[in-house]
Design a protein around this ligand. Structure first.
Ligand code: BES
Ligand code: MN
Ligand code: ZN
Length: 504
């Protein structure tokens, strides 16, 4: 079903040939005719460039029929940066090529590789280039699964991509092995992202907390991970007042989902990954407005990111220990729902005055962090569609971070740079914490509008019990109104690859 990737001089019989091209190459005044793909086609490319019909801007494509000049039916030229092509630029260019190929309805693509991409550059290693280009093709071809678009239809276009090494790369025999390793990693990472997107795109009636738990159990079976699912009765025994409070308004009961992976039994460090798993967020009694509420099917995007990361871990079996925790509930208004003014007691004993039932993510995550710590986590990363405010601050461009540990935060940000996913740290000044002071309990669950992403993060941090902790607010990045390069419209699967780069 998914695209086949190969590396090597084969693949020349593909239906389309892809060649990256920069403005610099096109401006070259060389007197001899260029040979990028074929003299006549290259001349046509130059003509388009000279008349400014194709400017070789990054991600811009020019598709030309080969009219019998080559065995391939089409050539696709893809603009890339004039100087300093980066691994992000390669991922973008590959996604642009994939979409151009899909528009041409070709099944097979031969991607010619620039020499630097075959042998590595200042900017990237060979396997990083291979991984990024594989991710770009694979993710760029993703479309949402719906009733109308089943798997057969949505993967009907490009079936195979072969990466063709530059001729002058023959003096670098290690390249093949590194390319193959990069492709393998790229496939694992991309498939995990697509898995997370599919989960996140499921509507609320197709994905309840119970069904999300079954999904996690299925994943655990596939990769021989340990899985615990705590139902509402067990959660009550363990004092998970935050999770139960949020879930109590719905006929679909909440679940606390825990996955364990032990890849380094001698190591005392255990990563705790906690993902917000609100399968639908109406806001509860503090009801959201109707417009756009359907997007709240994506309020389990953090849970999907964590499950996607566990899939990467299951595939690659790295030498790390992980406990993944997904507190899952449906946030509904009803006669038995949580009300503003209610006071809850969380699993670690802190009491919370609920001033806004729409600030539900932090309530379930509070018990999520405690669950991870009780099961041995020594450092914590939570991923959550926590606030709308993060969109005001960072748009849909960057994920916001709040942390109590500069070193861990830097480690996560470095991983995100390898993944090409943006994370921006927000200041966690102590003044913000005061906005959560309550007369009725230890804390209230909303600090108001000012600094909403930071106060939301700091609420969660109050449950970190002094362990290094990073909170990633994907409220702006988990869902897109329109596609953008390798990110699809709807669920993006953001943070799957960042967590993958962090742990694998
Ligand atoms: N899931 C939402 C945040 C959200 C909104 C993410 C829109 C993406 C798009 C979250 O549960 C929420 O409702 N947060 C409130 C917090 C407030 C009440 C303190 C918000 O952002 O308005
Ligand atoms: Mn909410
Ligand atoms: Zn929410």
């Amino acid at each position: 079903m998914s695209v086949q990737f190969t590396y090597g001089a084969k693949g020349h019989e593909a239906e389309a040939i892809v060649r990256f091209i920069s403005r610099g190459e096109l401006q070259g005044e060389g007197s001899e005719p260029a040979k990028w793909v074929h003299p006549q086609l290259d001349e046509a490319l130059r003509g388009h460039f000279e008349r400014e019909l194709f400017k070789a801007e990054p991600k811009e494509t020019l598709s030309l029929p080969t009219l019998g000049l080559l065995p391939a039916a089409y050539v696709i030229y893809v603009g890339v940066a004039h100087s300093g092509l980066t691994v992000d630029g390669l991922r973008d260019a590959a996604a642009a090529a994939a979409k151009a190929a899909r528009r041409l309805k070709v099944a097979t693509v031969a991607q010619q590789l620039p020499i630097a991409v075959c042998t590595g550059s200042m900017e990237y290693t060979v396997s990083q280039a291979a991984q990024a280009m594989t991710e770009g093709y694979s993710l760029g071809l993703f479309t949402r699964k719906t009733e109308k678009q089943n798997d057969e239809k949505r993967y009907a276009s490009v079936q195979a991509v072969s990466f063709i090494p530059a001729e002058d790369a023959s003096g670098y025999p290690e390249a093949a092995e590194q390319w193959e390793a990069g492709i393998r990693r790229g496939v694992v990472f991309a498939e995990a992202v697509k898995y997370a997107r599919d989960l996140t795109n499921l509507p609320g009636n197709k994905l309840t907390p119970e069904l999300l738990a079954e999904e996690a159990e299925e994943l655990a079976r596939t990769y021989s991970l340990d899985c615990e699912v705590l139902d509402e009765w067990t959660a009550a025994e363990q004092g998970m007042g935050g999770l139960l409070g949020v879930g109590q308004g719905s006929v679909n009961p909440p679940r606390m989902i825990v996955l364990h992976y032990q890849g380094a039994p001698e190591d005392k460090e255990v990563w705790g990954l906690i993902g917000k798993g609100i399968t639908f967020d109406t806001g509860g009694i503090s009801l959201k407005k109707a417009e756009g509420m359907e997007e709240m099917i994506s309020d389990m995007g953090g849970a999907a990111a964590v499950l996607g990361a566990m899939r990467i871990i299951g595939e690659t079996r790295p030498a790390v220990n992980v406990v993944a925790v997904i507190p899952s509930a449906e946030n509904m208004p009803s006669d038995r729902a949580l009300k503003p003014g209610d006071v809850l007691k969380t699993m670690n004993g802190l009491t919370i005055e609920v001033v806004n039932t729409d600030a539900e993510g932090r309530l379930v995550l509070a018990d999520g962090l405690t669950t991870a710590i009780r099961r041995g986590a020594t450092k914590l990363v939570d991923v959550a569609t926590l606030t709308g405010a993060v969109m005001v601050a960072l748009g849909n461009v960057a994920t916001g971070a709040v942390s109590n540990d500069e070193a861990l935060q830097q480690q996560v940000i470095l991983a995100s740079k390898r993944a090409g996913e943006r994370i921006w740290p927000l200041p966690a000044y102590p003044e913000f914490r005061k906005q959560l002071d309550s007369d009725a309990a230890d804390m209230k669950n909303s600090g108001g509008r000012l600094g909403g992403t930071i106060t939301g993060g700091l609420f969660i941090g109050a449950f970190a019990e002094e362990k290094p902790w990073v909170h990633l607010d994907i409220g702006g990045t988990a869902w897109l109104e329109r596609e953008r390069s390798w990110e699809s419209k709807g669920a993006t699967g953001v943070m799957v690859r960042t967590l993958g780069e962090l742990l694998v």
